[in-house]
Design a binder for this molecule. Structure first.
Ligand code: SF4
Length: 479
């Protein structure tokens, strides 16, 4: 049963299933195991919160055993009319799906799944049926001002579970989902999730490099295949090469030979292992007083670290308390006052000031969100700063000045400028895991997160100073 399709096989790379079938013993990556542990922990919390006893009102059964045993037990439990069936499994010859709970309601069973996504957001203009987790099956769902946020993999899980119930004529017509807020289940229609289209698509016969390849356990098998084919996705991942493929250009060499201006020149540079090419004369804004900034947020709960590099020193403003309350508000306020103090000091001395950030999207979001939630500083103060010339998104200047053969992220550009992180391979997912450990008091994880953030602000500084020197050693795109 382990080779059948599961909901996550329908999202992202479809070749993963082909590789899983060909290499079933390839161990899962650390990140994937950590993701599973996070999901298991969430399920445990939810199952413990579900109604345990209500004599005469319902019958709960907790299914145990392997997937195959539980798929049989699920059908038996439905036939026996249990009102709460936990750890349910449905399987066919083609696919398998797990539902943390099947809830008997009028008209059949309602599947409820647990997800680590944020599945709904408070929104006064929308209304969604909601039940507190501990009242599932005891209270009728009530309308509440939330808007459901759809995540493809959750939608496919619900749609497959609905299909499993339909096969036995027991689907109630709607489904529930419990997300990062474990205390509430949100209800939704499953007819909106089109699972037929991806199910009917044939599996690909060869890999195409995607962003997710960097963290995929099957890269060791796909990479040699892609290199042997000189597949164009090695240079242009995903569907970035779709137009070229339509024109019959399927290999990197064919692209180099096609003489398609900058694209062919970049492909040739990629072939030579050159990461960056200059677009023209390199320039970057500078100021008398300069600060480099980088923020770390945890999921969409809040920002826990605002780090800055100023006058040769790292200044972290951090909280290890739960986010969304007083601790986060005070931390942001301390950072803001510190930064604005330096800005005001520069102005008072008639000096220019600039704060730099590499790709400011996240920083702008959390500055605005912090102002909206805590009002100290106000949103108007934050908007004034973000809109000023003194808040510089260095990434935009990098994009203006360079073309990259492997992307223009800080991780690609900073090493060319001569900066190397003390710790490698600390990606977004690992930082989420580290943040969880840090919150639980793990001092090693706390130190690691600070070191990582300190590396990012220093990398930003190194890149802009290198650009200011004209990016020595970088070849021009136009030859
Ligand atoms: S390495 Fe990439 S192409 Fe291969 S299975 Fe993984 S995600 Fe798909």
């Amino acid at each position: 049963m382990k080779d059948v399709l599961i909901a996550s096989d329908l999202v992202g790379c479809r070749y993963r299933l082909v590789q899983r079938r060909a290499h079933p013993d390839t161990p899962r990556t650390h990140a994937s195991l950590a993701r599973k542990q996070r999901h298991d922990a969430a399920v445990e919390l939810v199952l413990a919160a579900l109604p345990a006893k209500a004599p005469g009102r319902f019958r709960r059964i907790d299914l145990v055993g392997d997937d195959w045993e539980r798929s049989l037990a699920t059908l038996e439990a439905i036939a026996a009319g249990y009102t709460h069936i936990t750890n349910a499994v449905f399987s066919t010859r083609e696919w398998m799906v797990k539902a943390e709970l099947l809830l008997k309601e009028e008209g059949g069973y309602t599947p409820v799944i647990v997800s680590n996504h944020r599945v709904a957001r408070r929104n006064e203009r929308h209304s969604t049926l909601v039940v507190p987790t501990h009242r599932l099956g005891l209270s009728a769902p009530m309308e509440a001002p939330f808007k459901i946020r759809h995540h493809a993999v959750d939608g496919y899980r619900l749609a497959l579970t609905a299909r499993g119930l339909e096969h036995v004529g027991q689907y109630s017509g709607h489904a529930g989902i419990i997300g990062q807020d474990r205390t509430q289940a949100f209800f939704t229609e499953t007819s909106r999730f089109d699972v037929d289209t991806p199910l009917e698509q044939p599996l690909p016969s060869a890999p195409v490099r995607l962003k997710e390849c960097t963290s995929c356990r099957f890269w060791q098998y796909c990479e040699p295949q892609l290199r042997a084919a000189d597949d164009i996705s090695l240079f242009l991942p995903g569907d970035r090469a779709a137009d070229l493929r339509e024109r019959g250009i399927n290999t990197v060499q064919a692209l180099i030979d096609a003489g398609l201006g900058d694209t062919s020149a970049l492909a040739a540079a990629w072939r030579e292992g050159i990461p960056l090419l200059r677009r023209g004369k390199v320039s970057v804004p500078r100021a008398d007083v300069e600060v480099d900034v980088d923020m770390e947020a945890y999921l969409d709960q809040g920002a826990y670290l605002w780090g800055a590099w100023y006058e040769g020193e790292y200044h972290p403003f951090v909280t290890w308390e739960p986010l969304g309350g007083k601790a986060e508000a005070e931390n942001f306020s301390r950072f803001w006052d510190w930064l604005m103090g330096i800005r005001a000091g520069a102005h008072a001395q008639g000096k220019t000031f600039a704060a730099y950030c590499y790709s400011a999207h996240g920083e702008n979001h959390w500055m605005r969100m912090s102002a909206q939630r805590f009002d100290s500083p106000s949103l108007a103060q934050v908007e004034e700063f973000i809109g000023s010339k003194e808040w510089v998104d260095l990434f935009l200047h990098v994009k203006r000045n360079f073309a990259g053969t492997m992307g223009l992220g800080l991780k690609q550009v900073a090493p060319v400028a001569g900066f190397h992180w003390a710790q490698e391979d600390f990606d977004g997912e690992e930082s989420v895991n580290a943040r969880r450990a840090a919150l639980a008091g793990d001092s090693e994880s706390r130190a690691k997160l600070l070191e990582y953030n300190s590396g990012d602000v220093q990398a930003t500084r190194v890149v802009r100073e290198w650009m200011d020197r004209g990016a020595p050693g970088i070849r021009s795109l136009r030859g």
